[in-house]
Design a protein around this ligand. Structure first.
Ligand SMILES: [Zn+2]
Length: 138
């Protein structure tokens, strides 16, 4: 039962983040073949493997094995506006800025990416030109 629930949680995450088995298995540090058999519910992963999947997708075991996942994934699929940036000083006294993910609050390397590469949140950049300095330090 857990492996079926894990399977549907994984498939839901892959769908909402538009990830292939290859990309997802890389995130989770697993072979594509093994990851695929877990995603299809054909393999029951060990606790250590479950931990890798949790880390790879930034989810708790409860997210992956519990019942709230589909609603949560839907929230990730609805684009959130990027409205903050962080400023980093460079050695020459100049500075550079990075956009801040509205969900996980991590700095993102690239502007105008469709999804946060840390948490998978879908992003909307319409208001980014009006973005303000993020109030909290990282
Ligand atoms: Zn994020």
């Amino acid at each position: 039962m857990f492996s079926q629930k894990l399977s549907s949680s994984i498939l839901c995450i892959l769908d909402s983040r538009e990830l292939s088995y290859e990309m997802a298995s890389e995130l989770c540090d697993l072979s594509t073949r093994y990851f695929g058999s877990i995603a299809r519910g054909q393999a029951a992963p060990s606790i250590n493997t479950l931990e890798k999947i949790c880390i790879g997708f930034q989810r708790t075991p409860n997210d992956l094995l519990g019942i709230a996942t589909e609603k949560d994934e839907l929230a990730y699929r609805i684009a959130m506006r990027v409205i903050h940036y962080r400023r980093y000083s460079l050695f020459n006294g100049d500075y550079t800025t990075f956009p801040v993910c509205p969900r996980c609050e991590n700095s993102m390397e690239r502007e105008y990416q469709a999804f946060c590469d840390r948490c998978g949140q879908k992003l909307n950049w319409d208001a980014f030109r009006y973005a303000v300095l993020f109030p909290k330090a990282e």
